[in-house]
Design a protein around this ligand. Structure first.
Ligand code: G3H
Ligand code: 13P
Ligand code: ZN
Length: 346
C-alpha cells in the first residue's frame, strides 16, 4: 500500500473515536518494530521523523526504510510525517522527499528555541498549508509552547514559564481558522523527553507527576468538535523501563511521564495523534544495557539490536492497544495524495 495522507488517518480515527500513535524513528530497528506491532494488532500508524532523525539517517535512508515497510505490510495504512519542521524550506524538503504529512512548528522561531509571536505562527503555518494542500499533503501546526529540550529543539522553559505558554482555547479557534491546518498540536503542560516534571514534594524532595491542563483539551473540543488535536511529549516513561536501565548501570533518577489514562481522556475529547518517542528510546537502551551487562564479551550488533527491537515492539504494541487504533487498519480504502488534493479543492 502506498503511503497515505495523515489527514485520512486522523479523519478515520475521529469517526472511530480512537487515537493513533505517532512514533519517532531514526533507524531500521524502530521502523521494523513499529510495523511488526502494527501488523500484529492490525493498526494504522503514523511514522514520524524529526529534523535530528533526518540528519542522523541522512534522509534518503529513512525514506527508503519506510517505503520498505509499506511494501512488506501492504494492508497497513502508514503515513510518513515530518516532526517539528522549523521552516517552510524544511517542510518543502520533506514533501519533495515523499512525506505525506508535515508539522510546521511555528510556535518557535526557526532556531527551534525562541517562542514566536502569535502573528508569526499564523503566517508561517498558513504558508505551509498553502504549499502542502495543493499537493494533498497534511499539515500539523502548534499553538502554545511545550517544555523540555530534545536534541537542541525546544524552548527549554521552566515549569512556571510553561504555564504561561499553554494553548489558549479561544485563540485556538482563531488559529485553526486563519491557518487552515489539519491537526493542532496543543501545549497543556507536557514536555519532551524523560524528565517531564520539575515538581517536587517540598518535604521529601521526591519528584511529583507533571500537572496537565486537560481542561484546555476539553474546552477546545467543545468549541471545535471536528478539530484533530495532537498531544506531544506523550511518553509514559514507565518505571519498569527506567528500572531496567538503572539496574544495568544507567543513572536516570527522577524521571516522570504521562499516564496512559490521561492520554485516553484526551482521546475521548478530540486528541487523534499521540506523539511517543522517549518510551521507545528507554526500551531500546535498557535492552542493550542488559545484554552488555550479562555478556561483557558480546560484540555482534545483532546480539543486542534484536532484543532492543523486541523491547521497542512491546512498547508499540501496548500503546496501539491503549490508544484504540488496534483493529482499525482494514476499516477504509486508503487515499492517495491526488485523492486528498481534490478534498482540499485543488
Ligand atoms: O520532538 C521531539 C522528538 O522526541 C524528537 O527528538 O529531535 O531528538 O529526534 P529528536
Ligand atoms: P516524548 O519525548 O514524550 O516521547 O514526546 C515525543 C514527541 O512529542 C515528538 O514530537
Ligand atoms: Zn514533539
Amino acid at each position: 500500500m502506498p503511503l497515505v495522507p495523515m489527514r485520512q488517518i486522523l479523519d478515520e480515527a475521529a469517526k472511530g473515536g480512537y487515537g493513533v500513535g505517532a512514533f519517532n524513528v531514526n533507524n531500521m530497528e524502530q521502523v521494523q518494530a513499529i510495523m511488526e506491532a502494527a501488523n500484529e494488532t492490525n493498526s494504522p500508524v503514523i511514522i514520524q521523523a524529526s529534523r535530528g532523525a533526518l540528519k542522523y539517517s541522512r534522509m534518503i535512508y529513512l525514506k527508503k526504510l519506510i517505503e520498505a515497510a509499506t511494501e512488506e505490510y501492504p494492508h497497513i495504512p502508514v503515513s510518513m510525517h515530518l516532526d517539528h519542521g522549523n521552516s517552510i524550506e524544511t517542510c518543502k524538503e520533506a514533501i519533495d522527499l515523499g512525506f505525506t504529512s508535515v508539522m510546521m512548528d511555528g510556535s518557535l522561531k526557526s532556531d527551534g528555541k525562541t517562542p514566536a509571536t502569535y502573528e508569526e505562527n499564523i503566517e508561517i503555518t498558513r504558508k505551509v498549508v498553502e504549499m502542502a494542500h495543493p499537493l494533498g499533503v497534511t499539515v500539523e501546526g502548534e499553538l502554545g509552547v511545550l517544555g523540555g529540550i530534545e536534541d537542541g529543539h525546544g524552548a527549554g522553559l521552566s515549569d512556571e514559564e510553561v504555564a504561561d505558554h499553554l494553548t489558549d482555547p479561544n485563540q485556538a479557534e482563531d488559529f485553526v481558522e486563519k491557518t487552515g491546518l489539519d491537526a493542532l498540536a496543543v501545549a497543556i503542560g507536557t514536555s519532551h523527553g524523560a524528565y517531564k516534571s520539575g515538581r517536587k514534594d517540598p518535604k521529601t524532595g521526591e519528584i511529583l507527576p507533571p500537572t496537565l491542563a486537560m481542561e484546555r483539551i476539553h474546552q477546545i473540543h467543545e468549541k471545535m468538535p471536528n478539530c484533530h488535536m495532537v498531544m506531544h511529549g506523550s511518553s509514559s516513561v514507565p518505571k519498569e523501563l527506567v528500572d531496567v536501565i538503572n539496574q544495568y548501570g544507567g543513572e536516570m533518577p527522577g524521571t516522570f511521564g504521562i499516564p496512559v489514562e490521561q492520554i485516553q481522556d484526551g482521546i475521548k475529547h478530540g486528541v487523534r495523534k499521540v506523539n511517543v518517542d522517549t518510551d521507545s528510546r528507554l526500551a531500546c537502551t535498557g535492552a542493550i544495557r542488559k545484554v552488555f551487562a550479562e555478556n561483557p564479551k558480546a560484540f555482534d550488533p545483532r546480539q543486542y539490536l534484536t532484543p532492543a527491537r523486541d523491547a521497542m515492539k512491546q512498547v508499540y504494541l501496548d500503546r496501539m492497544r491503549a490508544f484504540g487504533q488496534a483493529g482499525h487498519a482494514g476499516d477504509y480504502k486508503p487515499m492517495s495524495l491526488d485523492d486528498m488534493k481534490k478534498v482540499y479543492g485543488y
